[in-house]
Design a binder for this molecule. Structure first.
Ligand SMILES: [Zn+2]
Ligand SMILES: [Zn+2]
Length: 250
């Protein structure tokens, strides 16, 4: 365990090791080397269902956190996620406590383990559980449901933990700015090794032509060429508003 977290391997429980062990984290065991990935789902169109809701947050905020957590991964792959409301979905999402249902894993009350998810497959495969004994929040004043969900969905898609401390797939909870795109290059390489990158035909503008390319949340609703310029539009309140300067293509 010390080796995984980049600590000096002593085999002893020193204070630094204890500190890392106490840090709120994911309940998926650290097995194997990073870079090893499971086969994935073998398809790109997946379904998800929110089986129950946490009382900690408004339902709409839970919906949004879950959807955003999935979009973190669909943004860099050909994956699509469709929400369903009954029956069995690929990714069944639930808030549970302690020993729960037929799940072979359990939760530990407040702090400690925050969530767990199962790798792609039938039955429990892809299913993602959050510890209801945590205080889930929209903005990370407790634990950010968005960030923990995005991490757990990495497992549900076939990723194991990363020992890169900047990776979303690092097992410990790190509070990040929820408005920033949470994937590191390590995460992107991992997910693209399973599902490939975005198709070349994607309508998304290439980096070099995006005015604020450093903001990965920037999306455009329409792109048009006007004379020799490319214009990007974003829909706002019933009309299109140009949100960025036009680019000259000469
Ligand atoms: Zn994990
Ligand atoms: Zn479970």
């Amino acid at each position: 365990m010390q080796a995984f977290f980049g600590l000096t391997v002593t085999g002893q429980l020193d204070s630094h090791t204890l500190e890392i062990m106490r840090t709120p984290r994911c309940g998926v065991p650290d097995v194997g080397q990073y870079g090893y990935t499971l086969p994935g789902w073998g398809r790109h169109n997946l379904t998800y269902r929110i089986v129950n809701y946490t009382p900690d947050m408004a339902r709409a905020d839970v919906d949004e956190a879950i959807q955003s957590g999935l979009e973190v991964w669909s943004r860099v792959t050909p994956l699509t996620f469709t929400k369903t409301f009954k029956g069995v979905a690929d990714i069944m999402i639930a808030f549970r406590t302690r020993v729960h249902g037929r799940c072979p894993r359990y939760f530990d009350g407040p702090l400690g383990v925050l969530g767990h998810a199962f790798p792609p497959g039938l039955g429990l495969g892809g299913d993602t559980h959050f510890d209801e004994d945590e205080n889930w929040t929209k903005d990370g004043a407790g634990f950010s449901l968005f960030l923990v969900a995005a991490h757990e969905f990495g497992h549900a898609l076939g990723l194991s933990h990363s020992n890169d401390q900047t990776a979303l797939m690092f097992p410990n909870y790190v509070s990040l700015d929820p408005n920033k795109y949470p994937l590191s290059q390590d995460d992107i390489n991992g997910i693209q090794s399973i599902y490939g990158s975005l198709p070349k035909t994607s309508a998304k503008p290439k980096e070099a032509t995006v005015p604020h390319a450093c903001d990965p949340y920037l999306t455009f609703d329409a792109i048009t060429t006007f004379r020799r310029e490319v214009m990007f539009f974003k829909g706002m309140c019933g009309g299109f508003t140009t949100i960025s300067r036009t680019l000259n293509l000469n």
